[in-house]
Design a protein around this ligand. Sequence first.
Ligand SMILES: [Zn+2]
Length: 164
Amino acid sequence: MLCIARRDFERICAQALAEYPHECCGLLVEKVPGGVVTAHACTNVQQQRHEEDPKHYPRDAGTAYLIDAGDQLRIAEVAEKAGDRVSGCYHSHIDCAAYFSAEDERRTWIFNSREAGDDPDDPDAMYLVLSVCGEEVCLQRKVQGYKCFAWDGNRYAEMGVEIV
Ligand SMILES: [Zn+2]
């Protein structure tokens, strides 16, 4: 179960809407294991990477995210100093459902630096995915769904989300 404070969830939604038609991303930090998580926005550097090196980064930020390494380090350091820990990350999907894509799974190997087929290094990591649809599809830009995924011992499966 992902437990997230309402103000943090609303901040993620606002970020997802503001960064549309690019995917937004950020980290989830928990104070107590299994406790309420807070959201920390990160820069999605996928677009920049794609423009600099389209061969290695064929996707642009409309279909992928890459958390800025500096943001990740800074947030992890602050969390560690406070006795908290980074427990997962979030990103948005543009004009498609909140599901855990093959690309998302591949990204967890980067996030956890594991090889394909291995169990994740951090099997407790949670991945919150938001679905944002734009004006052309939904008349009004909106967050139309969200789901959270985590490793269940065999695969990434949906887990509950509680907004408190
Ligand atoms: Zn995704």
